[in-house]
Ligand binder design. Structure first.
Ligand code: ADP
Ligand code: MG
Length: 731
């Protein structure tokens, strides 16, 4: 539909379909428009008709142009410009123009009107108000300016290409990279920059981008100066209504990076043989943190193959450590080493493990840093062990800090390194450290204790000792102590750990039990027997006295022996009762020889009866502090046991008393039946006897008496050979 064929009223009401005759939709602008017809008049033009609301907008009366020459209607310069356009039209062209009249931008179009002979007779034209379009254009320009400043200062090169691949726009960095200023680039095809061997690939990339594909690729261009520049390009298609309008590109000069990478590869080749066999994981990264090389240990540590990660970042840093790690890496890239950082890494399978990492910058000859190396050592086992050790130490600490045992650690010199806090509660000492602890040990127990420690040091076997120690109140407490040697890695003694327990109470209880249980029974018995014996003894004594008065001197001697024997029975009965009730000691200096001889003479008759002979051998000066009657009792008991062992066969009973070091030893050696090993331990228990008429009290009384004299009894025996019983007295 031609608007010029429509009458003006039609035009005005504009029942007019949208069209793009000016490259934009005219529907809205049509109200602010005018149409005109001009004809040639002399050397200029004359309006036949000019009509439309735009005329008023220009500031003219409606119809005021009709029949008037151009230069009479319009400002002269404007009229000249129109004459030029109309002249064009008069030559048979359709001409469009943009102009501004009285401040109003408009767009005009003029075309020839032919008569039937083909002659141009008139020109018809149409003008549209362009104010709105101009306003929108201004706005767009402003916006564009805004974005332009943004991209202008962008560190990467940014450009747009039209659909044909010609530059529409580029920022200064693009010019910087290729050497061409914007005006030289614009409207030029990008291919002109690309080096020949890359052209084909570049075309393909551009085609893909034109189809809407976002992609990144590396290529090479010629700089204006002629040298080659390696670039990385990211193409982003700009889509408008699902069609690619243009291609937006980001470009980076990567020549330096590539050069670095080449250098890194060169370095890699040079050092790879030396790192290949390293037990530590060694990886080389470029400045982009991309893996360049990794040795077999890397694969073993992390589970990735070198080829899998080549040219990529290695995702082995746990998320929570990434920030810290990035900081470190940046430091390394600035030339700073990061040595033996203990951290964690993730394997390909997602498991975490402890590592020690050393990061060092990788420099080429001129000192430029082109990448960095990361040396990783697997310290997982060690860390786990450390953790466990710490836990255990913690546990041990809790135990030692709260135990009621006394725990000490001594160094190899015997100095206390550690004392458990229980020393305070049990002994009352604040701190045993720096104290000569030997001062606290009972002098009688010290030699044994020192000996035990010596044994422990020599054999490195655990020992158990018992000794008395003075507490802070000055009381003796009995300690049962276990000592264990702690060895260093050379198997030498490093320290001694002792765990001691206060057993004073236990000892007292034991003693008490022994006395109360066994001896109470015995004591009661003894008291009963004693009572029974003492009465007949009294009469026996009385009558013997009587008999003695009238006896011959020879008989009198026997009566005297009888009396002294009766007296002894009396005493023994008393001693017997002593087992039940400890009696105050009544010791005197006595000669052991005398005691032994008296005992022997008492038993001589019986010995003869059984064909037994006493062989006596005494050292001189055998005086000790003792209760003679009690010791005589011991000797009689032991001699009787020896004789009873030889009752059937007869034999010799060797009685010896000698000085040995700081003791006096009295031994009774018989040639009797001997004692089976399994019975040895039972000897001395109350009522333990193997004899038909035995009491099983003899040895027990001996033990008790020897104990009262700070002595002891040792028995050695061989079955069917004989027995030796030794009394050991301290001097
Ligand atoms: P008893 O003599 O009344 O049996 P003892 O206490 O004197 O009680 O001795 C306990 C046991 O020790 C004896 O029964 C005997 O088996 C053993 N014994 C002690 N001395 C000797 C010895 N010299 N030879 C063999 N056995 C002995
Ligand atoms: Mg006996």
């Amino acid at each position: 539909m031609n608007p010029f064929n429509a009458n003006t009223s039609d035009f005005k009401t504009s029942n007019y379909s949208p069209r793009k005759s000016f490259g934009f939709e005219v529907t809205d602008q049509v109200r602010d428009s005018l149409m005109f017809i001009v004809e040639k008049f002399e050397d200029t033009y004359r309006f036949v008709i000019c009509h439309g609301s735009l005329l008023q907008k220009f500031g003219y009366d409606p119809n005021s142009f009709n029949g008037k020459r151009l230069e009479h209607c319009l400002p002269s310069s404007h009229a000249i410009r129109r004459v030029i356009s109309y002249d064009q039209a008069w030559k048979g062209h359709a001409v469009t123009y943009e102009d501004t009249l009285n401040g109003i931008p408009y767009m005009g179009s003029v075309s020839p009107v032919y008569d039937h002979s083909g002659e141009i007779t008139k020109l018809q034209g149409f003008c549209v108000d362009m104010s709105e379009k101009k306003r929108v254009e201004e706005l767009l320009k402003k916006r564009e300016n805004y974005f332009r400043t943004l991209v202008q200062h962008h560190p990467d090169g940014i450009f747009t290409l039209n659909r044909n691949g010609e530059f529409l726009f580029n920022n200064p960095e693009v010019s910087n990279i290729c050497g061409y200023p914007e005006e030289e680039l614009s409207d030029n095809h990008f291919l002109k920059l690309i080096v020949p061997e890359e052209k084909e690939a570049a075309i393909n990339y551009f085609k893909k981008a034109s189809k809407g594909e976002l992609l990144q690729f590396d290529t090479v261009i010629y700089h204006k100066n002629g040298h080659r520049v390696e670039i990385e390009v990211t193409n982003i298609p700009i889509m408008i209504e699902n069609e690619v309008h243009s291609v937006y590109g980001i470009v980076k000069d990567i020549s330096e990076l590539r050069k670095n990478q080449k250098e890194v590869h060169f370095l890699k080749n040079r050092i790879s043989s030396s790192i290949y066999h390293s037990a530590d994981s060694i990886a080389i990264f470029d400045m982009n943190n991309h893996l360049v090389s990794a040795n077999p240990a890397f694969e073993k540590f992390f589970g990735w193959k070198e080829s899998e990660l080549m040219g990529k970042r290695v995702p082995y840093v746990p998320e929570e450590l990434v920030e810290e790690y990035t900081k470190r890496i940046n430091d390394v890239k600035r030339g700073r080493n990061s040595t033996n950082i203990e951290t964690t890494r993730i394997r390909k399978d997602g498991t975490k493990f402890y590592v020690s990492v050393t990061l060092s910058p990788l420099k080429v000859e001129d000192g430029k840093i082109v990448g960095y190396t990361s040396i990783t050592r697997d310290i997982h086992a060690q860390k786990v062990a450390e953790h466990e050790l710490r836990n255990k130490n913690q546990q041990y600490k809790i135990i030692t800090e709260h135990t009621m045992d006394l725990i000490n650690v001594f160094d190899s010199q015997g100095k206390i390194k550690y004392s458990s806090p229980s020393h305070k509660t049990i002994l009352g000492y604040e701190d045993l450290q720096d104290r000569p602890w030997t001062d606290l040990v009972h002098p009688d127990d010290l030699p044994d204790l020192i000996e035990s420690i010596k044994v422990l040091k020599e054999t490195q076997q655990p020992i158990k000792t018992e000794f008395r120690l003075k507490n802070a109140h000055g009381d003796w407490i009995i300690l049962e102590s276990y000592g264990t040697a702690v060895l260093n890695c050379q198997k030498e003694l490093d320290s001694i750990v002792t765990i001691s327990r206060d057993i004073t109470e236990r000892k007292t209880t034991e003693d008490f039990l022994r006395k109360s249980e066994k001896l109470a029974v015995l004591g009661q018995l003894a008291a009963g027997i004693a009572h029974e014996i003492r009465n007949p003894l009294t009469s026996l004594k009385g009558f013997t006295h009587l008999l003695k008065v009238n006896a011959t001197p020879e008989e009198s001697e026997y009566y005297q022996i009888m009396l002294s024997e009766l007296e002894r029975i009396n005493t023994i009965v008393g001693e017997f009762m002593m087992l039940a009730k400890p009696q105050p000691k009544n010791t005197k200096r006595n000669d052991l020889r005398k005691i032994l001889q008296e005992a022997a003479s008492l038993l001589e008759a019986q010995a003869n009866l059984h064909n037994i002979q006493f062989v006596m051998d005494f050292d001189v000066n055998l005086e000790i502090d003792c209760e003679a009657d009690q010791l005589k009792q011991v000797c009689i008991n032991l001699m009787k046991n020896g004789m009873e062992a030889m009752e059937e066969s007869g034999g010799l009973l060797f009685i010896k008393a000698i000085h040995q070091e700081d003791t006096i030893i009295v031994s009774f050696k018989d040639e009797g039946c001997g004692i089976p090993k399994e019975q040895l331990n039972h000897i001395g228990e109350p009522f333990y006897t193997t004899k038909e008429k035995g009491t099983g009290l003899g040895m027990m009384i001996c033990n008790k008496i020897m104990e009262n004299h700070n002595g002891l009894i040792e028995i050695e025996s061989e079955l069917n050979q004989g027995t030796t019983v030794k009394l050991v007295f301290p001097k």
